[in-house]
Design a protein around this ligand. Structure first.
Ligand SMILES: [Zn+2]
Length: 187
């Protein structure tokens, strides 16, 4: 995994209009892990790309009418098969955290990178997702070293509103993969 101008070279690129500049072009220092599935509990459809790019068809599913007005995005999505999709370059502010607070600092979107795992709070994430999340995180840490010590879940920064990535997400496994696994691209 390599970054180039804020984009992962190996990700499928789906640029989202749901982003803007970080205040003072601040360098991101926090990783926020999320989950999403559309419709809820179903995997593999085109709907997450559509939501994050503002092209969701409200008639395609009853649930979509409730969320079609949302202008949201994440920097990346990691699908069940490990595919990485990137919507927003990391130097820009994606709109994933909402009202949030990390270590007494509010508005986490200003200083964080948001990564969605295709999934639910209670269903185990796939091995491919853990591997790719670790790959992306290691690439990010090379550019933004503060992230190594600041990785959290959406439910931790917005506990009144959010439950993702949920009890299904194995933080110990993820942290061990980030810390231990050598970068495969290194000679
Ligand atoms: Zn979330």
């Amino acid at each position: 995994m390599r970054l180039n101008e804020g984009w992962l070279e190996d990700a499928r690129r789906v640029p989202s209009p749901h982003c803007d500049c970080r205040p003072d072009d601040e360098s991101p220092s926090l990783l926020v892990v999320h989950n999403i599935s559309l419709p809820p509990g179903e995997f593999g459809g085109p709907w997450i790309d559509a939501l994050f790019t503002g092209t969701l068809d409200p008639h395609a599913h009853p649930f979509f009418a409730e969320i079609v007005h949302l202008r949201v995005s994440a920097h990346c999505l990691i699908r069940r098969d490990g595919e990485v999709v990137q919507y927003v370059p990391f130097n820009k502010r994606a709109w994933h955290a909402g009202v949030s607070c990390y270590q007494q600092r509010e508005r986490c979107n200003d200083f964080s990178i948001g990564i969605e795992l295709e999934g639910t709070d209670t269903l185990a994430y796939t091995e491919a997702q853990y591997q790719q999340l670790a790959n992306v995180t290691r690439a990010l840490i090379e550019y933004y070293p503060a992230i190594a010590d600041n990785m959290t879940g959406h439910s931790d920064i917005a506990p009144e509103r959010k439950t993702d990535p949920g009890p299904a997400f194995d933080w110990a496994k993820f942290r061990a993969l980030v810390a231990a696994q050598p970068d495969k691209e290194r000679p």
